[in-house]
Design a protein around this ligand. Structure first.
Ligand SMILES: Cc1cc2nc3c(=O)[nH]c(=O)nc-3n(C[C@H](O)[C@H](O)[C@H](O)COP(=O)(O)O)c2cc1C
Length: 196
């Protein structure tokens, strides 16, 4: 199936901020157009347990699973991919780094595939009171466009997972989504998401 919008959320919590934002995006575009993937609970394992076969000519990554390939294929086919990433201890969470490491095995030295992956349009939503994730996200896109949703700015505590209860946060998110579609003068959401 070729979903044109792919949503990757990296928190293990289904109903935390990342999960809620992922569902918001899915409803915004509509489930026929958007595919959601939760990259958590070992979906992507960190690299290791091998002799770096992925970096040797003609040798396949022995660790790449069918699920990992399915997700990375979906990214390559997408028109637009959203990454929703929580800050853990000042950095993107470990699930993001495991995903990023496995792309090396997925590319397997195939520069054309790497180029195809990098050329897919991507947007990044980071749940964090601080900034500075550009370098990490540059692994996915040369000039990453990042929305930092800062719980403190909305009078919230992020562990409550209720950032989108803030109308201001929803408006910031909706503006960021609209910014991904500059060619469309008016975005018509799949459902009324309450932009005011
Ligand atoms: C281990 C851990 C470390 C965290 N460190 C930070 C941090 O350094 N800065 C920050 O703004 N939030 C930090 N947080 C808060 C999370 O980014 C925040 O709760 C976010 O909403 C988690 O995503 P979720 O709600 O989808 O699970 C941390 C959370 C955890 C679990």
């Amino acid at each position: 199936m070729n979903n044109s919008i792919v949503i990757l959320q990296f928190s293990p919590r289904n109903k935390g901020n990342c999960g809620t934002i992922s569902a918001f995006l899915r409803d915004y575009y509509g489930p026929e157009k958007a595919a959601e993937f939760q990259i958590a609970s070992g979906v992507f394992g960190p690299c290791g347990h091998c002799d770096y076969e992925c970096l040797k000519p003609g040798v396949q990554c022995p660790s790449l699973t069918d699920k990992e390939r399915e997700i990375l294929d979906a990214v390559c086919r997408a028109e637009l991919v959203y990454f929703i990433v929580p800050n853990y201890c000042g950095w993107p969470c470990a699930n993001y780094f495991a995903f990023n490491e496995r792309t090396v095995g997925y590319f397997n030295g195939d520069r054309q595939r790497m180029r195809q992956y990098m050329d897919v349009k991507k947007r990044f939503i980071v749940i964090s009171n601080s900034e500075g994730f550009e370098a990490a996200m540059r692994q996915q896109a040369e000039q990453p466009e990042i929305l930092y949703l800062k719980s403190r700015a909305y009078g919230k505590q992020s562990i409550a997972g209720d950032l989108l209860d803030s109308q201001e946060a929803r408006n910031d998110l909706l503006r960021f989504i609209a910014g991904a579609h500059p060619e469309e003068s008016e975005i018509v959401p799949a459902e009324n998401n309450g932009l005011s």
